[in-house]
Design a protein around this ligand. Structure first.
Ligand SMILES: CC(C)(COP(=O)(O)OP(=O)(O)OC[C@H]1O[C@@H](n2cnc3c(N)ncnc32)[C@H](O)[C@@H]1OP(=O)(O)O)[C@@H](O)C(=O)NCCC(=O)NCCS
Length: 164
C-alpha cells in the first residue's frame, strides 16, 4: 500500500507543507521555516547515511508524498536504532505510519543488521504510541525528562523490539 524511498531534495516543498500543518504538540523536532532550509536539511541526509548515522525515507502513498520516516543509529551502540515518523494529517488514521514502521524494521534488521529498535514518544502522543503497539513493540518504561526541546524537558515512553 505504501512505498519508502530515500528522501531527495525534490521532497522539500511537500515536507515543508506537511510539517507546517501536523500536530506539533508532542513532536519535539524543528519545523522547517522555509522550503530552502528543508532542502538543505535533506541534502545533508546523504552524508548522514554514508556515515551510518541516519537513514531517512519519504513515504509514498498512491504516488503522492505523504510523510517521512527514518532510523537514527545510536552513536554509542551501533546495533541500536531509533525509529521516527510523521504523516500528513490529511492522510491520518489510514495505517500509513504503521506500515512505514513495518518496512523500516525490515531494512533495519535485514539490511543494517541492527539488533534492537526503539520508538520513543510523549506519553500523551497516543497516535504514535498506537503505531508502536500495533507493530508489536514492547513498552520498557518511562524516560523522565529525556527530551530537551526549546529549553524545556519532556518525558518519553520507551518502546522497543529485538531482532528475532
Ligand atoms: C503519529 C503519526 C505519525 C501517526 O500517523 P498515522 O499514519 O495516522 O498512524 P496510523 O494510522 O498507522 O495509526 C494511528 C493509530 O492511532 C490512533 N489514534 C490517533 N489519534 C489518537 C488519539 N488521540 N488517541 C488514541 N488513538 C489515536 C488511530 O486511530 C490509529 O489506530 P487504529 O489503526 O487502531 O485506528 C501522525 O499522527 C503524526 O505525524 N503526528 C505528528 C508527528 C508525530 O507526533 N510523530 C511521532 C513522534 S514520536
Amino acid at each position: 500500500m505504501i512505498k519508502l524511498r530515500y528522501v531527495k531534495k525534490e521532497d522539500a516543498k511537500r515536507f515543508y507543507e506537511i510539517l507546517n500543518k501536523i500536530d506539533t504538540k508532542y513532536y519535539y523536532s524543528t519545523i522547517p521555516k522555509s522550503i530552502e532550509s528543508e532542502r538543505k536539511w535533506i541534502e545533508r541526509r546523504k552524508y548522514k547515511r554514508e556515515k551510518n548515522q541516519e537513514y531517512n525515507y519519504t513515504i509514498i502513498y498512491k504516488e503522492k508524498v505523504v510523510g517521512g520516516c527514518g532510523i537514527t543509529i545510536y552513536r554509542e551502540y551501533d546495533h541500536v536504532g531509533e525509529i521516527g515518523y510523521f504523516v500528513d494529517n490529511e492522510f491520518a488514521g489510514k495505517g500509513i505510519a504503521t506500515q512505514a514502521v513495518r518496512l523500516l524494521e525490515k531494512k533495519a534488521f535485514n539490511d543494517l543488521s541492527l539488533v534492537r529498535l526503539e520508538i520513543r514518544m510523549d506519553p500523551l502522543n497516543k497516535a504514535s504510541e498506537k503505531v508502536a503497539i500495533k507493530n508489536g513493540y514492547k513498552k520498557e518504561g518511562l524516560l523522565k525528562k529525556i527530551i530537551k526541546f526549546q529549553d524545556n524537558y519532556y518525558d518519553n515512553f520507551l518502546y522497543a523490539k529485538i531482532r528475532a
